[in-house]
Design a protein around this ligand. Structure first.
Ligand code: AMP
Length: 547
């Protein structure tokens, strides 16, 4: 029989808490910098002090263990401070997905039961649209770059004054490592966003393992203490893939670009010497093809693409600029990183063309992570590069359910594996490749649109009989929604796709969907294909429009 270790009563019961990864870099390199645009430079020493101060500020507003803090911000040093201060107090950080519609944002704030909100000045129109229907929010704090902003008087506080007016030493408590640290919402097929959540233990393990892989694997530029990091996936989207936590843990120079503006991003890469970033294909493409990129040396950059497939053309374009590019996969449900297309040692002297094939797979599992593919009966399929099935995962950092949603939680975790809703194969070398999507959502520019919600809208039009909304491949946005509809007999030949498209705009005006969710086209067809059980067969519809 196995034997548990014995603990002497005085042994410190070390829990894997975010405060422990926060404390480390202060000793490595306290003068290393954290930079925000062209506006602010902090040393880690100052950063540490500000985290302690904002914790006091939060406390003065009633935040403590179990409370929830919602944040609507771009990628800023202030967001980074809240990434640490909020969970370290035992409270929960809700990184509000600002790309959802106002109606969905309101749903997430009420569903997460946010106690206070931090709102960047740029998101005030969104806040205005939801503020009268907030159920649990007691206080609202303004985030602004202008320290004398007159708007501040309209709120319960302003971030910088809270920092200034507070004590610089906060006693972050010990608690169980399974305490909830963060929450984020992802768009579901039913239209109502689903809340995922992560504990301190999960975020610490995610940090250690992803960093260890990045630092150790010799076939790529290593994530050492000499790198300069800049996020290019938003901090509101699954912890910017967790990087701000482990980059802070490593104590490297970090550059936060605020709102993404390509010329500024390129200027910061050049001026600050950025060597590590990660983003979705759309943004990478915009950066690489920008006029300003012509004069920026990108040859020291290590770039991870994720959120959608890395195409061979984007991969080649990156390699041609000297960028060490790899693909990786993850979901909001998975914290998010689960795999990456690291080259194996024997591939390092392969030709560029041969390497591209590997770099553009989806990835091989990260440490401590298991990825399998299963058929419709839940049977595991061989890793032969041919058999395709649903991708399922086990790892210590996967959301343990959807917040306050037991039915969908059980669906997600059927038979003890997290079901990704992605279809793919695993090749004999261990690389996963996503080939199709089971889940009925469309991904455009890194964010989801619920196809069911769009179908729901268009079928409210009196002319529409049936509708199928699918994502079609798009060079710039990865996917764009396309609505395929049949119309009632008395409308045949009397209504156009253009008129039907305009119908969606009403729902944008009512804040039901964001503007970018409006399908590019509405196609009127004679019939929509059905499966043997009479359900709309989107696989066939997708096939129609594949090109
Ligand atoms: P999200 O929850 O918004 O992070 O989206 C996760 C989903 O994006 C995955 O389940 C995939 O469908 C898709 N995705 C993420 N990374 C990749 C990738 N490297 N290749 C293809 N699809 C991806």
């Amino acid at each position: 029989m196995s034997k548990e270790i014995k603990k002497t009563p005085s042994a410190y019961d070390y829990q894997l808490l975010i405060k422990h990864i926060f404390n480390a870099p202060i000793y490595y390199d306290p003068d290393q910098e954290i930079v925000y645009r062209n506006l602010k430079r902090l040393t880690y020493r100052e950063f540490k002090e500000r985290v302690h101060r904002i914790a006091h500020g939060l406390k003065s507003m009633g935040i403590g263990p179990g409370k929830t803090v919602g944040v609507m911000d771009w990628d800023t040093h202030r967001y980074l401070e809240l990434y640490f201060a909020v969970p370290m107090m035992g409270a929960i950080l809700h990184t509000i997905n600002v790309r959802l519609s106002a109606e969905q944002i309101l749903y997430t704030i009420n569903h997460a039961e946010d106690d206070i909100l931090f709102v960047n000045k740029d998101f005030l129109p969104l806040y205005e649209a939801v503020k009268d229907n907030l159920g649990t929010v007691k206080k609202v704090v303004l985030l602004t770059d202008d320290e004398n902003d007159k708007l501040a008087s309209k709120f319960d506080g302003e971030y910088e004054s809270l920092v200034k007016g507070s004590n610089n030493s906060y006693n972050f408590p010990d608690f169980d490592e399974n305490t909830r640290a963060t929450t984020f919402y992802t768009t579901g097929t039913t239209g109502s966003p689903k809340g995922v959540y992560f504990s301190h233990r999960q975020l610490v393990l995610h940090s250690i393992v992803i960093l260890a892989g990045g630092a150790a694997i010799a076939t790529h530029r290593r994530m050492g203490t000499d790198i300069v990091y800049m996020p290019l996936t938003p901090m509101f989207h699954v912890h910017a893939w967790g990087y701000p936590y482990f980059m802070t843990m490593l104590g490297v120079k970090q550059v936060y670009p605020g709102r993404y503006e390509v010329p500024l991003i390129l200027e910061l890469i050049k001026k600050e010497g950025v060597t590590l970033t990660h983003t979705v294909p759309t943004i990478a493409q915009m950066i690489l093809t920008a006029k300003e990129a012509e004069t920026v040396d990108l040859s020291k950059l290590r770039l991870t693409i994720g959120g959608a497939a890395l195409t061979e053309s984007l991969c080649k374009m990156s390699l041609d600029r000297g960028i060490d590019v790899t693909n990786g996969d993850g979901m909001s449900e998975t914290c998010p990183v689960i795999d990456a297309t690291y080259l194996k040692s024997y591939m390092s002297n392969w030709s560029k063309e041969k390497q591209i094939k590997i770099r553009c797979k989806t990835g091989q599992p990260m440490g401590l992570t298991y990825i399998e593919i299963i058929d419709l009966n839940g049977k595991f399929l061989p890793h032969d590069g041919v058999s395709e099935g649903e991708i399922v995962v086990r790892s210590p950092w996967l959301t343990q359910g959807y917040f306050k949603d037991p039915a969908r939680s059980e669906e997600l975790w059927k038979d003890g594996w997290l079901h990704t809703g992605d279809i793919g194969y695993i090749d004999p070398e261990g690389y996963v490749k996503i080939t199709e999507r089971l889940k009925d959502v469309i991904k455009t520019g890194g964010e989801w649109i619920s196809s069911l919600q769009l179908e729901d809208i268009i079928t409210q039009h009196e002319a529409v009989n049936e509708a199928a909304v699918i994502g079609i491949p798009d060079e710039k946005w990865d996917e764009r929604p396309l609505a395929v509809v049949t119309v009632k007999d008395n409308y045949k030949g009397k209504i156009s796709g253009k008129e039907l498209k305009e119908f969606f705009i009403r729902f944008v005006d009512q804040n039901v969907i964001p503007k970018w969710a409006v399908p590019d086209r509405v196609e009127i067809v004679d019939a929509i294909p059905k499966t043997s059980v009479g359900k709309i067969d989107k696989k066939v519809v997708r096939q129609w429009y594949k090109q």
